[in-house]
Design a protein around this ligand. Sequence first.
Ligand SMILES: Cc1ncc(COP(=O)(O)O)c(C=O)c1O
Length: 420
Amino acid sequence: MSTYQPTLEYARQRDAADPLRSFRSRFALPVDRDGKPLVYLCGHSLGLLPLEARTLVNEELDDWAKFGVLGHEGSRRPWIPYHENLTEGLSQLTGALPDEVVAMNSLTVNLHLMLASFYKPAGKRRKILIEAGAFSSDRHAVASHLAWHGLKADDLIELAPPSGSDLVREEAIEACLAEQGAEIALVLWPGVQFRTGQAFDIARITRAARNAGSAVGFDLAHSVGNTPLSLHVDGPDFAVWCGYKYLNGGPGAIGGCFVHERHASEARRLKGWWGHEASTRFRMEPEFRAERGAAGWQVSNPPILSAAPLIASLKIFKEAGIGRLREKSLALTGFLESLLPPGLQMITPRESSARGCQLSVRITGRSARGKNVFDFLSARGVVCDWREPDIIRIAPVPLYNTFEDVFRGAELLTAALQRA
Ligand SMILES: Cc1ncc(COP(=O)(O)O)c(C=O)c1O
């Protein structure tokens, strides 16, 4: 028998029984101008500050002050191999071998580096398959690679959802590959779609792409730190992500990249000194000898101050465990879904396996109605976000959100809709 009761009392009982509840105190929780706590449901856009990040950044500033250039080798976390502080945590979150991941750059830069290596148009096989409505930066990146190779816009296939739906199902991707696979050189797909919150079956898409003879990569901006991943086994050629959403690395934080181990010795890449084998890098010889694995795709030396907060966050992920976080995440989104008022349409899939932390709702009715609802929420301290023309994205994050946050957010959403 279910004890479910959609009351504040019930939400508080769920919080009291939550084995992960203590992690909330490890984050800075935003407040409004009067110091009143906000209901922060926006980790899909910018994760919260892990309190320990401040210490880590200050330590780097202190070491810079104390050591100057000698800090490259002599600081408490030497700066030359600094990215290695992030390798274990990233490999655990992505289900990759340590050599298959590296923290570097930001997402779109990493995507360009990956396209340079893995988009190899030849003869009839030259098309790139992406989703219609892909994140603008991804579309710009693939379009620029087509142009770089002297190809035209019709070499970009943009797979749209069937009419009346917001979702592209894996079957449709398979069908497209079955039909046009001989002409497709690369598939780029999101792990979780940024607008709808739909989580895709990475193994299945990878299989379909590889069976069709295409390279395949994933934009995991909305997946890493959100849904459990098993990139090594699933086998895409590459994946890229940013560090500031579910990874809580801070605004503009260092991103990351996965390159499957079968490509460890891929010669075709854009090179820079930091991808050179570390033991001989400072000989500064003209020949490039790549560092093992994904680290060999680094171009520049790592940005220490943007990487330090991620060390603090990955430590918390390790303690919490992505499996337990996923369990709580499903409970939070299930609770949120049960509280959604009438007058809106949830566009995120109902199956829990096909979504992560984020639920996206379409505010139906006049176009200005949605914006009014969103403004009402913002004015009352609910932080979520608005995607034109009619979508509100709401993401309870299991590391720091509570069932009470979800209850309060849903209560205000209900009030907003009644008013609108
Ligand atoms: C799905 C997706 N792809 C790409 C990007 C671009 O990331 P960056 O600015 O780190 O290149 C974002 C940023 O929010 C994103 O959400």
